[in-house]
Design a protein. Structure first.
Length: 452
């Protein structure tokens, strides 16, 4: 038998031909997608009132050229990755961990000083609140999906339970936000346990289907129980949170008058911003501490091998229920804040796309990486808003081009590129929970897909 090992340098022609063939196939698929979206445009003549088609070849060629360039770079990177030794891969993972330790405090400081920057307005605060809300939801879902390995497609149901708990308690019992906040978390955790019991024996795709159905059941109930939830009309006039009983209004007992400030609507937005930031930091602290406790190690063991957990004497029932309950509790907290901020909620705010977005944030960021969830939330939530402002694309695709109409298409392409570039998320390595003598990072090369 021959022990000769394949060396790509011996046959560079086949490597180049493979790169060219796969790149052309990618461009052909992109051309099929871009033809009805970028190349063709219908327009109505105001003179003859007839419909005709405009061809935007320049924009079509630029889009296909960018896809070709990306595919070639991706193929070159994939070829180089196969020739990278384990030591260089370990150096990359250790550098990734050092970067994570450095960038975490920087992001926290940036989040704290953002409301005080001179360029900050109501729009920027709204986007910041939205991003931090999804960061909190991502950290809550990460307990279920990332640590315990339970695929949950109905996480938005707990988000809805928290929002409607606050709205209904405030409407019927006159409870304030600070009283309803822990109750919303308790109610959401209760529903998490209710969901956990029927799915104790399910795993993988079957678990995902049941959780998806649970999320839709909650939405349909909220939509049809008109006497209790308001149905499609939703619930309005939800009380807004106050600063220790001081409302944010122009009254003599308002926040501005009490502290001798000039009234501004940004004061309430700033308070809501720091409120959701505090809730997100609380979620981060609790989840990171739980991971180091026996409960957190049981979640990770359950994710790796449920049969081995049972053979070691771990109670998998309590382990699963605790993951569902604690993850749902954080979703309930976020839902209560959402209802307080919007002062109006309806079932349309809690559809499946919300669950898909939160799950995508966890997967893109890294299944067990908390800092990765922050990056993916900024990319997914803030990225869509950035695409609304890309007016310079009109210089490429014509003056009639509206970036907001194609933002979901461009965003979808960006997600595909990211998953091909970083298939295990933005932060693929993780620090071990338990270590012997030295704390070494676990690189992506040592982790199976989607596992820790």
């Amino acid at each position: 038998m021959s022990n000769a090992q394949y060396d790509p340098s011996h046959d560079k022609g086949d490597v180049i031909n493979g790169i060219v063939r796969r790149s052309l196939i990618t461009v052909a698929i992109a051309a099929i997608i871009f033809a009805p979206t970028i190349l063709l445009k219908t327009q109505v003549s105001q003179i003859s009132n007839t419909l005709f088609i405009l061809y935007r070849w320049e924009g079509f060629a630029i889009a296909c050229g960018l896809i070709l360039l990306w595919r070639v770079l991706y193929e070159i990177r994939a070829w180089r990755k196969t020739h990278t030794d384990h030591k260089s891969s370990s150096r990359v993972q250790s550098g990734e961990n050092r970067f994570g330790h450095f960038v975490g405090p920087v992001l926290l400081v940036a989040a704290i000083v953002l409301p005080f920057m001179p360029f900050t307005d109501r729009y920027i605060l709204d986007i910041g609140i939205l991003i931090i809300t999804y960061v909190m939801l991502g950290w809550g879902l990460q307990i279920v999906v990332g640590l315990a390995g339970l695929l949950d497609l109905g996480y938005v149901a707990f988000y809805a339970v928290g929002a409607y708990s606050y709205a209904l308690l405030a409407e019927h019992f006159g409870f304030g936000f600070w009283m309803c906040l822990p109750l919303a978390g308790i109610f959401a955790a209760t529903w998490g346990v209710i969901l956990g019991f029927p799915v104790l024996r399910l795993r993988g795709d079957y678990l995902a289907i049941v959780t998806l159905a649970f999320g839709e059941i909650i939405r349909v109930v909220l939509l049809n129980w008109r006497d209790f939830t308001g149905g499609s009309n939703g619930l309005s006039n939800i009380p807004r949170p106050s600063f220790f009983g001081i409302p944010f209004n122009q009254d003599p007992n308002g926040f501005a008058a009490t502290f001798g400030l000039e009234y501004s609507s940004l004061q309430r937005m700033g308070f809501l911003y720091f409120l959701i930031l505090a809730l997100a930091l609380l979620t981060f602290y609790i989840s990171s501490r739980l991971r180091k406790l026996p409960m957190g190690r049981a979640w990770e063991a359950l994710r790796e091998d449920e049969i081995a957990c049972r053979s070691l004497g771990l109670n998998t029932i309590n382990t699963k229920l605790s993951a569902f309950a604690i993850g749902a509790m954080f979703g309930g907290f976020a839902g209560s804040f959402f209802a307080a901020k919007q002062a109006f909620i309806s079932p349309e705010s809690f559809n499946f796309m919300e669950s898909a977005t939160i799950l995508a944030i966890v997967v893109l960021g890294g299944m067990s990486s908390q800092i990765g969830v922050v990056f993916s939330s900024i990319a997914m939530v803030g990225g869509i808003e950035v695409l609304r402002q890309l007016q310079f694309l009109k210089a490429i695709f014509g003056p009639d081009f509206d970036p907001s109409q194609l933002r979901l298409l461009l965003f979808g392409l960006a997600m595909v590129i990211v998953m091909l570039w970083r298939p295990r998320g933005f932060v693929s390595s993780r620090a071990p929970t338990v270590f012997y003598k030295e704390k070494k990072s676990v690189g992506s090369s040592m982790i199976s897909q989607g596992r820790g």
